[in-house]
Design a protein around this ligand. Sequence first.
Ligand code: NAP
Length: 249
Amino acid sequence: MSTSVLVLGGTGEARRLAAELTERTGYTVVSSLAGRVRDPRVPDGAVRVGGFGGELGLAAWVQEHAIDVVIDATHPFADRITTNAVGAARRTGCGLLILRRPGWQPRPGDDWRWVSSLLEAARSLAPAERRVFLATGRQGLAAFADLDDHEFLLRCVDPPDPESPRPRKLEVLLERGPFAVEGERELLREHRIDVVVTKDSGGEMTAAKLVAARELGLPVIVVRRPPPPEAPRVATVEAAIAWLDDYAG
Ligand code: NAP
């Protein structure tokens, strides 16, 4: 009998996991995307798009589709869907695994400031850190909205919501990773950036900005991850498959 897996996605790891599992016998896989990005990178295999309607909606979906295991491979900062996954697994009795890539670690030469939120990042900007590179995605822009003396360069996949608050001096760069060090160095230089703001997303796809900032001697404000849920957790796609093989036993 095949094991039915729901992969909560929106990350490179989730796409890789779905691709690996669709190739294997013994698993039926459906990936779920929130539907935020206009033109998402779609995983291999079956895909559903859009919210479930909270913990109860997710639990109902899991039951209706006879899901055996939920793998939460969402972004480390997507903590609402993760909380819902923990609750839905508890309600339905299905298996749950969290797949989270490790966070970034500072290296010699790095000048990092850790903060707990985007609001704290905004508050910690020094007046001399006038030109700010926001590598934080479009959804956190409101945290910087009342900083009139700073100039922001926001890089994101889709344009920020025109209705949501934004800083007065804002330039938006629509680009999707992966990014290379040379390009990042060029970007930081060209825009005469004084400071970089990032979430501790981890992974290789967007780490080049950290190397470029180190090389240019620029400070980086790093937003800490929300605490991980109390659930089995692995850091790689390979470990997730090993866990699943064991679970499906
Ligand atoms: P979030 O705050 O944790 O979730 C908000 C709501 O979006 C959830 O309650 C759920 O709606 C829906 N949702 C989120 N992920 C979903 C998924 N994979 N499938 C179906 N519904 C989902 O999430 P977020 O930070 O807005 O991120 C949304 C998606 O973008 C995630 O899938 C994440 O992997 C991806 N992403 C996020 C970031 C980031 O920095 N946050 C960066 C890159 C990619 P219902 O309650 O209605 O079910």
